[in-house]
Design a protein around this ligand. Sequence first.
Ligand code: FES
Length: 158
Amino acid sequence: MSANLTREDTMEVINSVGADTEHLLMILLELQRKSKHSYIDEETAHIVADAVGISYNRMFEVLSFYAMLETKPKGKYILEVCNNTPCYFNKSSKVVEVLEQELGIKPGETTYDGMFSLQYTPCVGACDIGPVIKVKDKVYGNLNPAKIRELIDTLRKQ
Ligand code: FES
């Protein structure tokens, strides 16, 4: 794995959140959010371990314990399909089916070109327009196959 955040950027996040073990999870989540491919690479993990004073083994235990922490690069766009009950009843499984056909990947996977990752998310608070997909901070609702294909095309062109 190669670094996707500079040492300076990493240290800036660590110092702004607070360089101690109490803030470890918050530091890692913030670094992941800032990472170009939404993951914590090995070099970054080592810098954080040194800064908060824990062993590398302990750091890798933490990284593998929390499901929300990623250690592999994700796509440029992470398509998060809500699968909580209201969206489920509005056929969120159909959304996943269309995305699987369009992208050739299953939830938890990333396309070969590194453009898209597909995953589930809990409720994003937009149940009235379900089924929904969240991409970065934007929520797309009232989806049907045509709208999903349009969204993928738009993202591909960006
Ligand atoms: S259940 Fe999907 S947005 Fe709330």
